[in-house]
Design a protein around this ligand. Sequence first.
Ligand code: ATP
Length: 300
Amino acid sequence: MSTGVTVRVPAKVNVQLAVGAARPDGFHDLANVFLAVGLYDEVTATPSPGGPRVTCAGADAGQVPLDGTNLAARAAVALAERYGRPADVDLHIAKDIPVAGGMAGGSADGAGALLACDALWGTGASREELLGICADLGSDVPFSLAGGAALGTGRGERLTELEVGGTFHWVFAMAPRGLSTPAVFREFDRLSEGRDIPAPTASQDLLAALAKGDADALAAAVSNDLQPAALSLFPELAHTLAAGRAAGALACLVSGSGPTTAFLARDADAAESIAAALRTSDTCRTVRTAAGPVPGATVL
Ligand code: ATP
């Protein structure tokens, strides 16, 4: 019987997402503070001739492409090409991270598949090499591999690890439909037409709050420059944010490009009570609690 390798990969929330003006290549410079949270996809790589083949299970599985565009398949092909070998692998994704939710679910699967194939094939690739392949796959993929907390600059893919002095408790409200990240950036460009956009920089108050593990200080410092664009494309999110605020969340924000909304709670009990209020608010599809930071992609 052939044995597989399973890798667990966390979702992320952006506690700061500062967006610069569109560059000539269409990308935006970012100052992106990522926090990995305990909501996971698992990717299992099993030897199989003629691969890569992708299967997916979970509530959102129907929205996941199973062809060569799936980031897990692309990761396997990129690693195989690098090492001059066939990508003869089946990749099964057990999906718990919402699809097109602004929590880097696809990126998580890319990082997971890369680490799983690396272990399965015994390529012996260095951490730097794996991070380089991740950066080629997408801006958020290196952070999915790294986990913890990090400042991402450039397109978000150049990572500096950040110290975090405690655990932060979050509630995530998943929306009934997804938002396309490129569409949200286009809306950002439209809304900022004619305005001077400063170069994005990380907030020193926010970095200090993370380092101290101080939830109140973090709540005062979180920001997301994509939030107006996400709300413009998905106005109903304002109701979800208001419901979380009314339930006592310390901070309420759109996660990344959305439409998942994120609520910072004082502790685990407060997170449960905010989650309960959101579940009965009729403003979202599902509600989950998760704490962070947690480690990045991990072989189980
Ligand atoms: P981000 O937070 O990095 O902007 P996201 O969480 O908003 O991303 P994803 O769940 O990564 O969005 O999915 C975005 C799109 O990527 C999907 O609509 C889908 O077409 C495509 N995709 C490719 N591979 C995957 C995958 N393994 N899982 C989910 N979506 C994938």
